[in-house]
Design a protein around this ligand. Structure first.
Ligand SMILES: [Zn+2]
Length: 316
């Protein structure tokens, strides 16, 4: 690990005001924990003391995160475009009109924290928009989710110190519960930090005649600037499998990472699986930004949601 990476992991405090806020917040928390204190509930933490990540903002305002870069976030719904610039002094814009400076931005454990008051400020500037409820896509089918690596095989190291095997399993478990809630029957090739041979992973799908085998991995490259997700199918995969891979590739765009497209490669799990099989490289964990996202629980949920949307589209 190089010293440059260490800096990414540390809380980067960009303003001394943040320290003051931190002390005030610590004061509130300490006060709230004192034994013997009577007289009702702890006062709620005010919006300007609370910090939120971009997904919490999106969820609170009914927006989708459509772009994540090192300088800004873009969030959208059909009536509004919100841009939040995260460098010191950066402004937030709602439909191209500034709503003022974003305020204190801190990177904590690789996750960008923004002032909670942004939610109210953005809401005030947004055009009224009532979302027509879109039915959650449901599907029936039998899917094998294969969390890549495990046990003695850690997979690739992430720029922030995590192992690929851990990220793969965390997303796999989230994906399973989303698919289950939508009516899809899921079998996991592993559900813990265990080593499973590649042949056995494919055979799980072959034995049950799965409608789809989905292997989850995270990519790595010596060039740390390489980013984006890739969907692989075997060289000999039929067109119907390519169409499934394209549906997943398309749906994954909603999570905010860029696509490197559907590609062919003879990974063992893809070649040995008799039914449709895809391998998803969810992003590059050699890239510090994507490593931060892929180890962030909120982003993992968002990604699992997008992959589930794609799988449900495949099973239709
Ligand atoms: Zn892998």
């Amino acid at each position: 690990m190089q010293s440059g990476e260490m800096a990414d992991n540390r809380a980067i405090v960009r303003s001394s005001r943040r320290l003051t806020i931190g002390l005030v917040l610590a004061g509130v928390l300490v006060a709230g924990c004192q034994p013997g204190q009577q007289g009702g509930e702890r006062p709620p933490v005010a919006d300007d003391l609370r910090t939120v990540n971009v997904y919490e903002i999106a969820q609170a305002l009914g927006l989708k995160v459509t772009d994540i870069t090192s300088t800004h976030f873009t969030l959208k719904n059909p009536a509004n475009i919100v841009m939040i610039f995260t460098y010191p002094g950066g402004h937030a814009y709602v439909n191209a009109t500034s709503i003022g400076e974003v305020g204190d931005v801190a990177v904590v454990d690789g996750s960008t924290r923004l002032p909670g008051s942004l939610i109210g400020r953005i809401r005030n500037a947004m055009e009224a928009y009532r979302e027509t409820p879109v039915p959650t896509p449901t599907a029936s089918g039998r899917v094998v989710i294969d969390a890549g690596h495990g046990g003695k095989d850690p997979g690739a190291p992430a720029a922030n110190g995590y192992d690929e095997k851990t990220i793969n399993l965390q997303v796999a478990q989230k994906l399973r519960s989303i698919l289950n809630s939508r009516g899809v029957y899921v079998v996991m090739t592993r559900d813990g930090d265990t080593f499973v041979e590649l042949e056995e992973r494919a055979d799980v799908a072959n034995r049950m005649g799965a409608d789809l085998f989905v292997s989850l991995h995270a990519d790595t490259a010596s060039d740390r600037s390489v980013r984006g997700y890739t969907i692989y199918v075997a060289d000999a995969a039929p067109w119907s499998t390519v169409k499934m891979a394209e549906a997943i590739e398309n749906a994954m765009g909603a999570a905010g990472l860029s696509s490197r497209g559907v590609r062919r490669a003879n990974y063992k799990v893809l070649v040995r699986t008799q039914g449709p099989a895809v391998l998803i490289e969810m992003g590059f964990i050699s890239n510090s930004r994507e490593a931060s996202l892929l180890t962030d629980g909120a982003f993992q949920n968002r990604l699992a949601q997008a992959i589930a949307d794609g799988i449900c589209a495949c099973l239709k």
